[in-house]
Write a new protein. Sequence first.
Length: 180
Amino acid sequence: MFATLYFLTINVAFMNLSFKHFTLTCLSAAVLSACGGGGSASVATPSPGILSGTAAVGAPVVGANVSVTCTSGAKLTSQPTSSSGLWQVVLSDQTFPCAAQLSGGTVNGVTNTLQLHSVALNKGTLNITPITDLVVTNASQAANPSAWYAAIASAGFTTVNAASLNSALNLLVTEFTCAP
């Protein structure tokens, strides 16, 4: 993703693209990478490895708790997020997809009162931001993503899968696209 953003920065400098188009392109790249990559939610094999990312709301969320619930396997909790918002959990017997919920911590020294969410279809990077929370809200069709997250253990991922995440992302990109 960093190579993509570097390339986009060069294109912006040489092609004089407008700021809104650059922002939309970066937003799309960030949301796509935050989804944990491609893949199918129908894959039902446990996946050892690491799920990690950055928790941020324009600035890092420091000292927050990140809990991860997957289709199956034990619920995981990260160490508090670092001073740069980094977090990680080690996967063992979890089956994707997995949802993450961030709560607590501080942003620029101010108590964070938001609960933010994100969904991973594969191991790797899973960022947690207000934008990933918006994608989860649209994909889950839940008025309250925290209530959706709390119900995953019993209801599962019935509404959130690769197709619903792609649909929610497309809706977000459409809504943020302005006419030239």
